[in-house]
Design a protein around this ligand. Structure first.
Ligand SMILES: Nc1ncnc2c1ncn2[C@@H]1O[C@H](COP(=O)(O)OP(=O)(O)OP(=O)(O)O)[C@@H](O)[C@H]1O
Ligand SMILES: [Mg+2]
Length: 254
């Protein structure tokens, strides 16, 4: 049986009385691709923030390869291979593609620690090779010297995935990778994710359910902070509770 990568057990997080994550149980095994869907405000990004350490749960535990990481800070989790992208693309517009890569890479490299550094020196270092490799995997190595503000949104998203890859993830978390993309860009990003599927363990949050049904091995549905259904994707989307949370009780077809 495949080894379990990350688990959440009874994970709860409240914001001033609003229960954004309610007793969530979740797990993913090595090599699997899991999707999380759910209406706006369901708690999907909150759950990612809990898995990656941006939020600490009020109760419950998170383990990573059997180790309790519930209270571990985000940068330490990155060091262990838990790497994410954000719902809103988070890259620096005023820098080039390669500079963005380098900045992210040294930020998590202990050898740089709190030392001062000059980006122009880093661009001559051997770190460049790792960054170029990640850009090549995503197919944007040819854009390494382009200023990010000159890139279309889809390429910025691809850069963000390349940055994540440069951190040697074991577990890659993608928060709405298809959000705001044109149809052509969606096809490109989907091809990238399909390519990564055979190499990595992936969790992705996505609203465009039809695009990910054939991609994910397991689908979880969140609603009002709770996991209301999980399992084989095509079974899950036929579940009455899932239909109800998207379309309301009156529109559920049994
Ligand atoms: N830092 C915070 N402070 C207060 N409330 C928060 C915070 N983060 C999330 N919430 C609330 O928690 C709930 C879940 O939000 P979350 O962003 O996790 O939803 P989501 O499923 O990712 O939604 P979307 O599909 O729109 O991205 C929302 O009601 C949101 O307003
Ligand atoms: Mg979200």
């Amino acid at each position: 049986m495949a080894e379990v990568v990350i688990t959440a057990r009874g994970v709860t997080k409240q914001f001033d009385g609003l229960v954004a994550s309610s007793n969530v149980n979740f797990e993913i095994c090595v090599g699997d691709t899991v999707g999380i869907i759910g209406p706006n405000g369901a708690g999907k990004s909150t759950f990612f923030n809990l898995l990656t350490g941006l939020y600490i749960p009020d109760s419950g535990t998170i383990t990573y390869f059997g180790k309790d990481i519930t209270k571990m800070p985000p940068h330490d989790r990155v060091g262990l291979g838990i790497v994410r992208t954000f719902q809103l693309v988070s890259v620096f517009d005023t820098m080039t593609v390669l500079e963005n890569m380098m900045l992210a890479r040294i930020r998590f490299d202990g050898t740089y620690g709190k030392k001062r550094f000059f980006l122009r020196n880093l661009l001559k270092s051997r770190e460049v090779d790792g960054c170029m490799k990640a850009l090549d995997t995503i197919g944007i190595a040819g854009k390494c010297d382009v200023k990010v503000s000159d890139l279309p949104y889809g390429k910025k998203r691809e850069l963000e995935i390349a940055i994540a890859l440069s951190m040697d993830p074991k577990l890659l978390l993608l928060d709405e990778p298809l959000a705001g993309m044109s149809m052509v860009e969606i096809t490109e990003i989907m091809d990238i994710i399909k390519g990564l599927k055979s190499k990595l363990t992936i969790v992705l949050v996505e609203h465009k359910i039809s695009k990910i049904l054939d991609l994910v091995d397991t689908l979880y549905v969140m609603h009002e902070g709770q996991i209301i259904c999980s399992g084989e994707p095509n079974m899950v989307i036929c579940d009455p509770a899932v239909k109800e949370c998207y379309f309301g009780r009156d529109n559920v077809c049994y």
